[in-house]
Design a binder for this molecule. Structure first.
Ligand code: NAD
Length: 351
């Protein structure tokens, strides 16, 4: 297997033949604290694809956590899934044991394909897990992620179209899993006309019946005639080809690593499509995870940080205009400044 060159602190590949578990744990940076980032359970073409995904996702977590004002570095894990095979209790416990062996360098939680019940099984073997939802605190991070995306979308729409409300706008949501579903709920309540797609027809049916959404084929969702595209499935959906076909003016969604490559951010800018950098707008979930992990029981701590997502985006949009560069460039440079200072610091005048 060819391991891509990377600048991560640790890359762990593990296999357990007894349970049939294979996983990758990538720790990008512990500069601001232990590396926190969810665990993804997905079917990959091969181990190399899983390693590449883990490396990219872990790096994104470093920027996300630095900007979200939480004392954590960036890491991520992926479990190589097999089609139609849910993880067993034995596998989740083995995975928990591997995390424990890292002695706190990495903290896991839910991501694509993982649920609170999985985290509770992982927690039987490690202390370094969050998203457990014990004693009514924390748990599934998706509603917090969706809330941050919703607030960020309102900010992006205001900046792009000069309107303060989403009422009457058309939004296309790609992916109706934990975050996509919660986001549709918020958008429907705000009077948005929804167009939705998911590979899973049951999820589409649920959103169509609950929120009066219109559905379309998965391969057509990005080309819908809408004001906003919300990618809430997997990464890499914004390519030179897909951006050329967008008719939306705003891209604001939860999916990690939406840009297939960094240059796509410039293409978006050239087409005057306002892109809300994914690791800024989707930080609500990790904020909830951090709150739970740090043993807090203070809803205002979470609310203040999720509120900060919209103001941070607003600052990034303005800077991008002033500096005539992409929103991604501004966000990355802000994150790097924070990393260079070695601490989470508030922006001047921004939460
Ligand atoms: P999930 O597993 O609950 O849902 C993902 C959904 O996307 C599934 O329903 C799947 O069928 C669908 N999907 C996959 N490929 C698709 C495609 N090509 N077209 C249409 N649908 C497709 O995952 P989630 O927790 O909702 O996370 C969604 C995205 O948001 C992921 O990229 C994740 O990394 C990111 N994210 C999630 C959180 C969180 O709190 N869960 C936080 C930050 C970022």
């Amino acid at each position: 297997m060819q391991i891509p060159s990377h600048n991560h602190e640790q890359l762990v590949l593990r296999q357990d033949s007894a349970s049939g578990l294979s996983a990758v744990i990538a720790i990008h940076s512990t500069r601001l604290g232990p590396a926190a980032g969810g665990c993804r359970h997905w079917v990959y073409e091969n181990t190399e694809a899983a390693v590449c995904d883990a490396l990219r996702l872990a790096e994104g977590m470093t920027y996300k956590n630095a900007l979200a004002d939480i004392p954590f570095g960036g890491g991520k894990s992926v479990i190589l899934g097999r089609p139609e095979q849910p993880l067993t209790q034995q596998q989740l416990e083995v995975f928990g044991g591997w995390i424990e062996e890292l002695n706190g360098a990495y903290i896991t939680a839910e991501d694509v394909g993982m649920r609170v019940a999985d985290m509770r099984l992982i927690a039987r073997k490690t202390r370094f897990v969050s998203g457990l939802g014990l004693a009514g605190v924390g748990g599934d991070p998706s509603p917090s992620t969706a809330l941050g995306v919703y607030n960020g979308m309102v900010t992006a729409v205001r900046s792009k179209f000069g309107v303060a409300q989403l009422d009457g706008l058309r939004v296309a949501v790609q992916g109706l899993g934990n975050v996509g579903f919660s986001l549709c709920e918020l958008l429907a309540r705000a009077g948005v006309k929804l167009v939705v797609a998911d590979l899973n027809p049951d999820r589409v049916a649920a959103v169509v019946s609950r929120f009066g959404a219109q559905s379309c084929a998965s391969e057509e969702i990005l080309q819908q005639d809408v004001e906003v595209i919300a990618p809430c499935a997997l990464g890499g959906v914004l390519t030179a080809e897909s951006v050329a076909q967008l008719s939306a003016g705003v891209v604001a969604g939860s999916a990690n690593n939406q840009l297939a490559s960094p240059e796509v951010a410039d293409l978006l800018r050239r087409r005057s499509i306002l892109y809300a950098p994914d690791y800024v707008i989707n930080a609500g979930g990790v904020i909830s995870i951090a709150h739970e992990y740090l043993g807090k029981n203070d809803p205002s701590w979470v609310a203040e940080r999720i509120g900060g997502i919209a103001s941070r985006l607003s600052w990034i949009f303005t800077e991008s205009e002033n500096a005539q560069c992409s929103t991604e460039t501004v966000a990355r440079s802000l994150a790097n400044d924070r990393l260079a200072q070695g601490k989470c610091v508030a922006l001047r005048g921004v939460a």
